[in-house]
Design a protein. Structure first.
Length: 94
């Protein structure tokens, strides 16, 4: 989802981990020449309270106010509640 400077964050959830990546302003992954910068921005975190807080810190650092999250068999419930409690708007995708 979009941050204050046009950064978009894509979040994918699994049973044990969260992956978040910054995307280009058009919402698509960067071209090959930009892949190194994207790898440096990729977060791979535990799907736990510690990981959720690290995600919040990252999102707030980049002025992200809305977060798009894939609904994944209930694995998203904890992180969604945590993000909302921290004042972030969460948009769920099926």
């Amino acid at each position: 989802m979009q941050g204050g400077d046009g950064v978009r964050i894509g979040v994918d959830l699994g049973g044990t981990k969260i992956e978040a990546i910054a995307l280009g302003p058009d919402g698509r992954q960067a071209l090959a020449t930009e892949m190194q910068a994207l790898r440096e921005q990729l977060l791979s975190l535990a799907n736990s309270q510690v990981g959720w807080q690290k995600l919040v810190t990252h999102l707030l650092t980049h002025r992200v106010q809305r977060v798009g999250i894939e609904a994944t068999g209930g694995y998203e419930r904890g992180v969604v509640r945590h993000l909302q409690a921290m004042g972030l708007r969460v948009v769920m995708f099926q």
